[in-house]
Write a protein that binds this ligand. Structure first.
Ligand SMILES: CC(C)(COP(=O)(O)OP(=O)(O)OC[C@H]1O[C@@H](n2cnc3c(N)ncnc32)[C@H](O)[C@@H]1OP(=O)(O)O)[C@@H](O)C(=O)NCCC(=O)NCCS
Length: 334
């Protein structure tokens, strides 16, 4: 029996980011509102993390609401119809249900109910994972346009008495439309994990333990110093790999947009990379807090709002977090 030759799909050779949308929680929470139960101070939090205040969402505002707002802005900015979106990838760790996915809810709300839709669980690396996947899906011919979203309502998983991570966290969503391009708009994605460190950022318990009244409502924790060292030493190597794989040097960068984990990590990162002073650095953490998967697109959106001239320039973006997982690429800013 002769086996018929199968066809494989292929797409355009290059991709780029068309537009970015942003939505932040509607409540501004200054440090002073959080310091009591953790015996901290506004000064300590500012010095150690660079956070002045964080944005959190009201009780009735869900991660999907933030995702919807950010997505509609990105779609409008891209000038495409929702029906042209072939896939929706939502990076989130705060969808309140295990299934259906947050992506399918977004699909329905934005008017793309027939798009492939799935969630990515890669915490703070999720947006970079999503951009890498969108680039691959389009070049493989599986979608013409892809909507990549990072959406988090982390305030549902904070413990006001926790000194390790809760005071860092905020709520928000960032969205990007990726589509075909005449030239390279997304450099190679460097991604991976170091699962030997998977306990450095963790939950205090499981939903099943909570149901069985064996543990409290699960909240986030981290070993701050270990995460700090990993972020500064190991992630700089990943960032340098992304720069090299893209065939550029730091002198070619217009912007550096790392995951907004801690201002001290961002500063140390920039120093280790030997970034020229001309490179704009995403520092959205100061007023938004750490929004995990949403932090890179939110920081990108702010940089483009404050410095529209960065549009068309090269940005190095890198996400890293719970898992521990990481992803980085150089992109052309929309
Ligand atoms: C969490 C973090 C801000 C803590 O800062 P740190 O400088 O490492 O703090 P340390 O754990 O070394 O503690 C230093 C001192 O501050 C105190 N301290 C710790 N947390 C505190 C808090 N929230 N408020 C006030 N004091 C605190 C400690 O008790 C310690 O006091 P001591 O010197 O009297 O013993 C920091 O480790 C960090 O940001 N890590 C990485 C965070 C990150 O990126 N997470 C997200 C991953 S995606």
């Amino acid at each position: 029996m002769t086996t018929p030759t199968l066809k494989q799909s292929t797409g355009p050779q290059f991709t780029r980011i068309y537009a970015i949308g942003a939505a932040r929680g509607d409540i501004t929470v200054p440090n002073d509102d959080l310091v009591g139960p953790i015996d901290s101070s506004d000064e300590w939090i500012r010095q150690r993390t660079g956070i002045i205040e964080r944005k959190r969402a009201s009780h009735d505002v869900l991660a999907v609401d933030l995702a919807q707002s950010a997505s509609l802005e990105a779609i409008e900015g891209a000038g495409i119809a929702p029906s042209q979106i072939g896939a929706i990838l939502v990076s989130t760790i705060s969808n309140p249900v295990i299934t259906p996915s947050l992506a399918t809810q977004v699909a329905e709300r934005i008017g793309a109910p027939l798009a492939a839709a799935y969630d990515i669980s890669a915490a703070c690396a999720g947006y970079a994972y999503g951009i890498g996947q969108a680039d691959s899906l389009i070049r493989a011919g599986l979608a013409e346009y892809v909507l990549v979203i990072g959406a988090e309502k982390l305030s549902e998983f904070v413990d006001p008495t926790d000194r390790s991570i809760s005071f860092l966290l905020g709520d928000g969503a960032g969205a990007a439309i990726i589509g075909p391009s005449d030239s390279v708009g997304i450099g190679p994605t460097i991604w991976g994990s170091d699962a030997t460190k998977r306990d450095e950022i963790y939950m205090t318990g499981t939903n099943i333990g909570f149901r069985d009244q064996e543990s409290e409502w699960p909240t986030l924790r981290q070993n701050g110093q270990a995460v700090f060292r990993w972020a500064v030493w190991e992630m700089v190597k990943v960032a340098n790999q992304a720069i090299e794989a893209a065939g550029i040097t730091v002198d070619d960068l217009a912007a550096f947009i790392p995951h907004q984990a801690n201002m001290r990590i961002i500063d140390e990162f920039a120093k280790q990379l030997k970034l020229p002073d001309t490179v704009a650095i995403g520092r959205d953490i100061a007023t938004t807090g750490n929004t995990s998967a949403a932090s890179i697109p939110l920081a990108t959106h702010r940089l483009l709002e404050e410095q529209p001239g960065l549009s068309g320039g090269l940005a190095l973006q890198i996400g890293f977090g719970a898992g521990l997982v990481f992803g980085a690429q150089v992109v052309v800013l929309p």
